[in-house]
Design a binder for this molecule. Structure first.
Ligand SMILES: NC(=O)c1ccc[n+]([C@@H]2O[C@H](COP(=O)([O-])OP(=O)(O)OC[C@H]3O[C@@H](n4cnc5c(N)ncnc54)[C@H](O)[C@@H]3O)[C@@H](O)[C@H]2O)c1
Length: 322
């Protein structure tokens, strides 16, 4: 009888796949994407509550023999219930037979691959010596984005802002201990933008942006990663940016036709075009750059085989009958 491997969230975490490995896998995946060698239909979505979503995210990356689907939800109202914003499952298939190889919790993968995608964008769009980071929204993504940026950049000083000050305080304690960086909790969002080489916004995704970040806040030469789409950014602040990039232009256009991204500047390049060199990344020390990665099935399918093969090596998870 055919069996598949079930990996709980704890099993996935226990594999110990490193952030560096996830970044490297994403670089391969985005190169393939840029060359037109990956299959990724636009993600169907159902909207069960205002500002909530449940997405189906299939992809196939032949070079990584990675095929499968993530079924993931995002609920801004979960924080008040003590539940995670993001939750879901991922199915990894055998690309030869189509049989399911594994079903796994996707929380860890979603957290890590999103941070990894920001760092990959930053590799092409941030100044290599970038050492100060502003984090706005100190939750799961705030943590994984800082982790990933710390892998590729000499991060020394972090400014942390959260609508809930106690969340920023917990974040600061944890990040100091894990990465040995200096973390200052700030009261005003501008203190986590102005004076920073790299800025990450990771609050809730809202169809109508709260537009906290104003024109004149982002320094010349800075890079920003918009993990929560354009929710944090005033239109005039976005218009100051020299290069606005995204992981997938058609998907961004799709969101734009559904009411998001109404004030963004011209799109300069996709991440795949940056990785393959088809489009230039940063070209001067004074450009303001943005990577706005929507989060693609490609990211998940690049990461899932790493988790699966490490789980097999370590005998993790439960074998279940199909
Ligand atoms: N682009 C992607 O690929 C991708 C992937 C996963 C998650 N996300 C998005 O990232 C965002 C964060 O997800 P998460 O899992 O880290 O959630 P989380 O709940 O763990 O963290 C969100 C944090 O933002 C804070 N916050 C809320 N409103 C704020 C505001 N106005 N100003 C400052 N802080 C505010 C909350 O207090 C919380 O600490 C969500 O919008 C989610 O949809 C994007």
């Amino acid at each position: 009888m055919d069996k598949f491997l079930y990996l709980s969230r704890a099993d996935v975490e226990a594999t110990g796949v490193s952030m560096r490995e996830v970044i490297d896998a994403l670089e391969v995946a985005f190169r393939e994407h840029g060359l037109g060698n990956a299959e990724m239909p636009p993600k169907p979505v159902i909207h069960t509550r205002p500002d909530a979503f449940i997405h189906a995210m299939p992809a196939y990356i032949p070079a990584l023999r990675a095929a499968g689907l993530k079924w993931v939800s995002g609920y801004p109202s979960n924080q008040a219930k003590g539940l995670p914003y993001i939750s879901g499952l991922l199915i990894l298939n055998d690309d030869d037979t189509g049989l399911p190889l594994a079903v796994m919790d996707c929380t860890w993968i979603t957290a890590k691959r999103t941070g990894a995608a920001s760092a990959l964008s930053a590799r092409y769009l941030a100044r290599p010596e970038s050492s100060t980071v502003g984090i706005l929204g100190c939750g799961v993504q705030g943590r994984s984005n800082l982790e990933a940026l710390s892998v590729l950049f000499p991060v020394k000083q972090v400014f942390a802002y959260d609508r809930k000050p106690e969340s920023a305080v917990h974040f600061a304690q944890e990040m100091r201990a894990r990465f040995g960086v200096s973390v200052e909790v700030v009261d005003e969002p501008r203190q986590a933008v102005s004076g920073c080489d790299m800025v990450v916004t990771a609050g809730p995704i809202l169809q109508v942006p709260h537009a906290t970040i104003k024109a004149g806040w982002l320094d010349a030469g800075a890079f920003a990663s918009l993990v929560d789409y354009d929710s944090f950014w005033d239109g005039a602040a976005l218009q100051e940016v020299d290069k606005f990039c995204t992981d997938d232009v058609p998907q961004l256009e799709y969101y734009r036709s559904h009411g998001y991204f109404q004030s963004i500047p011209r799109i300069h390049a996709s991440l795949g075009e940056l990785v393959t060199g088809q489009k230039a990344g940063r070209e001067s020390a004074t450009e303001r750059t943005i990577g706005c990665n929507l989060g693609l099935a490609l990211d998940d399918m690049a990461t899932a085989p790493l988790v699966y093969s490490r789980a097999l090596d370590q005998g993790l998870g439960a074998r279940l009958e199909l």
